[in-house]
Ligand binder design. Structure first.
Ligand code: ATP
Length: 235
């Protein structure tokens, strides 16, 4: 479904991504593991059309999306759910969700259905639908960010460290919802430092270090890899 072929991204003289190759098949849940600054967010921003590609190609459903505008990429079915959430703090929960459905604004029935599905996935957002986004807890804001991305009806959703800053119990709930989103038919690309939780729900993963893919494998292989256990699992 998504294929990055020899992607290089430079910021001035600095090569943030060096010859990156990976793919995500339809229906999969794939994780990108890497420490702070490894290049995970740069990969997402590049797929979303926010970074200029210096070399290589990005294909989505066998068509190149390299160089396309971010809104065209969203329309083709790739939606990024940003790290740090980037919600509209003074808008209500429901208004934030409706902003996520902007590209479908002429299809009112579909939007209503999407809203219903998001509230089913996150009942707490229904309870708080008229409250300003800024009044939500960290975990609820993360749910709203995911819900807002789902309102665009993505074929592929990219989530950047959804577990960051959340209490362990909330992290567990978050990962079980991500798994449910995937089971409901949305392909998921997840960037995480929490290898333990991410590998429990992912099919496969890639390890990124200094802008390079250094390791890849199915979740079982990665979970049992000594270097990964040392670097990311602490065992
Ligand atoms: P984090 O979890 O900290 O976001 P990450 O793996 O997502 O880590 P990136 O944010 O992708 O890492 O950063 C990769 C490298 O590229 C870092 O060295 C960062 O400083 C650099 N970088 C990212 N964006 C830019 C930019 N717009 N201009 C210059 N350098 C950048």
């Amino acid at each position: 479904m998504l294929k990055l072929a020899n992607i290089t991204v430079k910021f001035g003289a600095f090569e943030a991504l060096k010859n990156i190759n990976f793919e995500v098949n339809e229906g999969e849940l794939v994780v990108l593991l890497g420490a702070n600054g490894a290049g995970k967010s740069t990969i997402f921003n590049t797929i979303s059309g926010l970074n200029k590609v210096s070399d290589g190609d990005i294909q989505f459903n066998s068509k190149s999306v390299r160089g396309q505008s971010p809104d065209r990429i969203v329309r083709s079915g790739i939606v990024q759910c940003a790290e740090g959430r980037k919600l509209f703090p003074d808008m209500s929960v429901q208004e934030n969700l409706m902003m996520g459905g902007f590209i479908h604004r002429r299809h009112k029935t579909q939007l209503k259905q999407s809203l219903h599905e998001v509230y089913e996935l996150f009942p707490i957002l229904m309870d708080k639908k008229d409250d300003p986004a800024r009044s939500l807890s960290g975990g609820q804001q993360q749910m709203l960010a995911i819900g807002r991305a789902l309102m665009a009806k993505p074929k592929l959703i990219m989530m950047d460290e959804p577990s960051i800053g959340l209490a362990p119990l909330i992290v567990e709930q978050m990962f079980s919802v991500i798994q449910e989103i995937n089971r409901n038919g949305t392909t998921v690309l997840l960037a995480e430092q929490n290898a333990n939780a991410a590998l429990k729900i992912a099919n496969r993963g890639y390890v990124i270090e200094n802008g390079i893919v250094v390791l890849q494998g199915n979740s079982h292989e990665l979970f049992n890899n000594d270097a990964i256990r040392k670097a990311y699992i602490g065992a």
